[in-house]
Ligand binder design. Structure first.
Ligand SMILES: [Zn+2]
Length: 287
């Protein structure tokens, strides 16, 4: 599933190609994409308008058109945005025609991706308010803020990192990589983290995301850059999807657990188990 580095990789690649262009036609091939709105409502709002900026908030791509019209695109599990994709490209759900003759396609085998509309600043604030928390690449993410957000939370730190309303953009890959970098076990209750661990985690989240960005994102299943090429970060994972392989720090075999309902990878030596053993700590085999 695309996370912040994958979505930001798309944004950086697309922005110079699409900013300043007018959408001459928006064709929604799959009406589920715009639910609960009718595809015609979204197409009418966007067609004929100039795209001022392509922005990102958490895992949302924000197509900011003139007149304060915003199209908020979420890739969910398998969505990709391809620039000048071959016309026979399968799973095409939406096509944007641009005034310079180029086209942008939203392709999505699993069909969970969405395109929602927010017109005007209050609507945009109301959209993001309940969905996305702080941006982890901003200076706002400090150990102190993490400690404040985690205070009293008994859920695991892994679940805490995956909660988009706390920190926006971190998903399964980058949560595992950040927890390993910070030497924190994913099943530790978030509220039990010390100030020092929160400092380490804030830095580790940023470092893991920046490493992903530098590699152009991670391609495990479907992620593609807008030109159809793969990300490279999957070749640089420290622990994620590396069950049985040696820890890059201490050579102990990486172990797979389930945390927050997700396959989670840890070094049992670098990331010691919390002293009060959680009943949810279930080792499982394979990757
Ligand atoms: Zn280790």
């Amino acid at each position: 599933m695309p996370e912040l580095p994958e979505v930001e990789t798309i944004r950086r690649a697309l922005a110079p190609l699409v900013e300043g262009r007018v959408v001459t036609a928006l064709t929604v091939h799959d009406p589920r994409w715009t639910q609960p709105l009718h595809p015609a409502e979204v197409a009418d709002a966007v067609t004929g308008r100039r795209l001022d900026q392509l922005l990102r908030r958490g895992k949302y791509l924000q197509f900011a058109f003139e007149d304060d019209v915003n199209l908020l695109v979420h890739l969910r599990m398998t969505g990709t945005l391809l620039y000048d994709a071959p016309t026979e490209r399968p799973y095409r759900r939406v096509t944007f025609m641009l005034d310079d003759g180029h086209a942008l396609a939203f392709c999505d085998p699993r069909r969970f991706g969405t395109g929602e509309l927010a017109v005007g600043a209050p609507a945009l604030a109301a959209f993001y308010g309940p969905r996305v928390g702080i941006e982890p690449l901003d200076d706002a993410l400090t150990g102190r803020l993490l400690k404040l957000l985690a205070r009293g939370r008994r859920a695991s730190v892994k679940a805490f990192l995956l909660d988009q309303r706390q920190i926006a953009g971190v998903g399964n890959i980058y949560a595992d990589e950040a927890l390993f970098r910070a030497r924190i076990h994913p099943l530790r209750p978030a509220g039990s983290l010390t100030g020092r661990q929160c400092d380490a985690l804030a830095g580790a989240v940023r470092d893991a995301l920046e490493a992903g960005l530098k590699a152009g994102g991670a391609t495990i299943d479907d992620f593609r850059r807008p030109d159809g090429t793969y990300g490279a970060f999957q070749d640089e994972f420290l622990v994620h999807r590396r069950a049985g392989k040696p820890c890059p720090e201490c050579a102990t075999a990486i172990v797979k657990l389930v945390a927050a309902g997700r396959g989670t990878y840890v070094c049992p030596r670098c990331q010691p188990v919390p002293r009060v053993r959680s009943p949810r700590l279930k080792p499982c085999s394979g990757i």
